[in-house]
Design a protein around this ligand. Structure first.
Ligand code: LLP
Length: 456
């Protein structure tokens, strides 16, 4: 399979040279290195060579909490949410955080406190969202393979919208609603057949992939809903893909949804209230130009405003991705087969994105040592050649014991972590204006197998 280095449209080496054009201009500063922009997105700064996140010295966190460890900047998450909320101000809207990006209860609580809703895809995520205090009314249940049990649970919990993805799912929803005597608000997730420029694994709005209902089945699905007194069609929804930097596919998708709104209304269905345009806003992982909320809103608001519908957005990565770092420590350095390897204590089980999507994550020292740099592979302890955090990366001379921060680890980091090699998953820590606290402790080894039996 052809795998692109999809977040690596690099015009120069990260951290070197001055960016010109969009990326620099967006900050209004006129100039700034790519690393400055990454630091600004995360809320990172250097003081006397030491790296601080939301004013918290990360070397202190690494020493006290150990490594590997995820640390999330609460203030950066709040900033992101507010910037999107303000940009969408001209249209009635709700920002439903995609819990799949980061399900930590403390992170969910930060977003709930700002007024966010939640986008969930399983009963596990539903339980998390409810435990974090989200109003069930403000939860959207998405997902291509919801089970009967999950649908029943969602109805009992009074989840705001069930976004269905197939005619068979819709029939099942109708049967369960009848049995439960529940009134259910339905969204139809449409596959608008829009091409996006992102990694093929996370492009989800194109025809021929498993997501959504094809446009030619939408009206008949809407008529099915109309025939069932327990169901009400409130929403047409889409989700085009993830890590999108171009507003044009959103515009195309919205236009297709609006055409369908018209067709559904012409079929006599007057209950539509919400247009759910999914998630997908990308973030900066290296020196790529980003899609800023104002630019995003300027592209879509003119299409959305005349429709008179409430706009739902389901961002995950945009709200939390840049706000998180993964702390790790160098275990060994070695030279083999003409290559330099830096072996660290975080592996693909902690952060799978580099090996799964060939994703680029910037890596920086917790304390700058000023040693001359070289090209190295940063690899983990897991027994697979694909276990790496960075390949052929220019990094300052690193030695055993040095602490590092892997940036952009706030989304699809811990949530995709596994216990492969019977490794315990790292703690999750919140840094907030000079203070930090452990929101989820490091797993204990016994917890990995204490429910197992050695005989019947
Ligand atoms: N809504 C739906 C229906 C989704 O499927 C997704 C993500 C989102 C919202 C949030 O997308 P975001 O705003 O975070 O791009 N593990 C991959 C990303 C998978 C995204 C899956 N769906 C990664 O690490 O890049």
């Amino acid at each position: 399979m052809h795998l692109v280095r999809w977040s690596q449209h690099r015009r120069g080496r990260v951290g070197e040279g001055v960016l010109t054009g969009r990326a620099a201009g967006q900050r209004g500063s006129g100039a700034g290195t790519a690393k400055d922009l990454l630091f600004a997105d995360a809320g990172l700064e250097r003081r006397d060579g030491a790296l601080l996140l939301s004013g918290v010295p990360l070397v202190e966190v690494a020493e006290q909490a150990g490594t590997p460890a995820f640390v999330y900047n609460a203030e950066a998450i709040r900033d992101r949410y507010r910037s999107l909320d303000i940009a969408l101000g001209p249209v009635p809207h709700r920002i439903c955080f995609a819990v799949k990006a980061n399900g930590n209860l403390a992170v969910l609580r930060i977003l709930r406190d700002l007024g966010a809703g939640a986008d969930i895809v399983s009963s596990g995520e539903m339980a998390r969202a409810l435990a974090a205090g989200f109003d069930p009314e403000h939860i959207v249940f998405s997902g291509v393979g919801k089970t009967a049990d999950e649908l029943r649970e969602a109805m009992r919990a009074g989840i705001g919208h069930l976004n269905v993805e197939s005619a068979e799912e819709l029939e099942l929803v109708a049967r369960i609603a009848e049995a439960e005597q529940a009134q259910v608000r339905i969204g139809i997730r449409v596959n608008p057949d829009v091409t996006t420029k992102t990694h093929p694994y996370i492009s989800t709005g194109k025809s021929g992939i498993k997501f959504g209902l094809p446009t030619d089945q939408v009206v008949s699905a809407a008529e099915f809903v109309l025939r069932h007194s327990r169901l009400e069609l409130t929403t047409l929804a889409m989700h085009l893909g993830s890590q999108l930097m171009d507003p044009e596919p959103f515009r195309q998708g919205i236009r297709r949804l609006l055409e369908l709104v018209d067709r559904v209304r012409r079929a006599g269905i007057t209950s539509l209230k919400v247009l759910d345009i999914g998630g997908g806003l990308g973030i900066r992982y290296s020196d790529e130009p980003t899609l800023e909320p104002a630019e995003f809103a300027a592209a879509i608001v003119p299409l959305l405003a005349p429709a008179g519908l409430t706009v739902y957005l389901e961002p995950g990565r945009f709200l939390v991705g840049s706000a998180g770092v993964l702390l790790t420590r160098v275990l060994y350095r070695k030279h083999s087969g003409g290559k330099e390897f830096v072996v660290v204590d975080a592996g693909m089980n902690d952060l799978v994105r580099p090996s799964h999507y060939q994703a680029y994550h910037e890596i920086v020292e917790l304390v700058e040592q000023g040693r001359p740099g070289s090209k190295v592979d940063v690899v983990g302890p897991v027994c697979e050649t694909g276990d790496f955090l960075a390949l052929d990366r220019d990094l300052p001379g690193l030695k055993a014991g040095d602490g590092l921060a892997v940036l952009g680890a706030g989304a699809y980091g811990f949530v995709m972590a596994s216990n492969y090699n019977s490794r315990t998953r790292p703690p999750e820590i919140i840094a907030d204006n000079g203070k930090w606290w452990v929101a989820r402790p490091r797993e204990q080894v016994e917890g990995l197998f204490n429910s197992e039996k050695v005989s019947p």
